[in-house]
Design a protein around this ligand. Structure first.
Ligand code: ADE
Length: 252
């Protein structure tokens, strides 16, 4: 039976998912730990990639080669860019771009030569399932399962789900000017993180359906590091686990 691969960059995002796995089996592949087990009716294989595009690409390639997953899901936190996206909201990527990829003048800025596009689309069916899963989680579970975060970081009773463009790059962004530049360069950009578009490239090159979702931990501004730390320490793991549980319950 082929699993659904569920990847995160940090243990702070993964810990509640792993704790839910029934009959977990650990496998170490050249020093990297993978855990396979049942999540409801679904066989799931999890791995923590580490930060950044190289780590995410390497983990994605390994999980595909060794576990032959039917789909790859990457979850975790991101910095919100669009003003409608608030801390605590959920963003499901319908497409992803590497904001620091630039092979111009050989190719247009952001274009991945092997794919011929800048914005790599996620699997449409998975995007729809993730969107429904996130809304269901918000409506039925968020208020009871998520501790109210410290310092009014966000209101657990008021979480929105968005769908759109996520950008990834090998930089933690905590600068208003850089955030404004990214928003200007990439129209429609909802959020930024450091891994999703690398997963998108590897999965698309190998023909594996994938999707990426993120909860918003900060606004990529001058307070980003403080908000990020508070968010990942308190709510990132239960949010990520709740949405993955809702997602796998509707995949066959
Ligand atoms: N992930 C969460 N917040 C982020 C930020 N501000 N920059 C890059 N990746 C992030």
């Amino acid at each position: 039976m082929s699993p659904i691969a569920v990847l995160c960059s940090m243990s702070h995002e993964m810990r509640c998912i792993e704790a839910q796995l029934v009959d977990p089996i650990e496998t170490t592949v050249r020093g990297q730990r993978f855990v396979s087990g049942m999540l409801g009716e679904a066989l799931v294989t999890t791995a923590i990639s580490g930060y950044g595009k190289v780590a995410a690409a390497a983990t994605t390639a390994t999980v595909i080669e060794r576990f032959d997953p039917t789909r790859v899901i990457f979850g975790g936190v991101a910095g919100g860019i669009d003003p409608t996206v608030r801390i605590g909201d959920i963003v499901v990527a319908d497409r992803l771009v590497q904001h620091d990829y630039d092979a111009s003048p050989l190719f247009d800025r952001y274009v991945i030569p092997s794919l011929g596009v800048a914005e790599v689309p996620a699997d449409q069916h998975l995007v729809e399932c993730l969107g429904r899963a996130a809304v269901r989680w918000v409506e039925t579970r968020a208020r009871t399962e998520i501790p109210q975060p410290p310092d009014d970081l966000f209101n657990v009773a008021d979480v929105a789900v968005h769908q759109g463009l996520i950008a990834s790059g090998d930089r933690f962004i905590d600068d208003d000017a850089e955030t404004r530049t990214l928003a200007g360069d990439l129209p429609g950009l909802l959020a930024i993180e450091m891994e999703g578009a690398a997963v998108a490239q590897v999965c698309t090159e190998r023909g594996i359906p994938f999707a990426v979702f993120r909860s918003i931990s900060d606004h990529a501004d001058n307070h980003a590091d403080v908000n990020f730390m508070a968010f990942v320490a308190t709510v990132a793991a239960p949010i990520t686990a709740g949405i993955v549980e809702e997602l796998v319950s509707e995949l066959d």
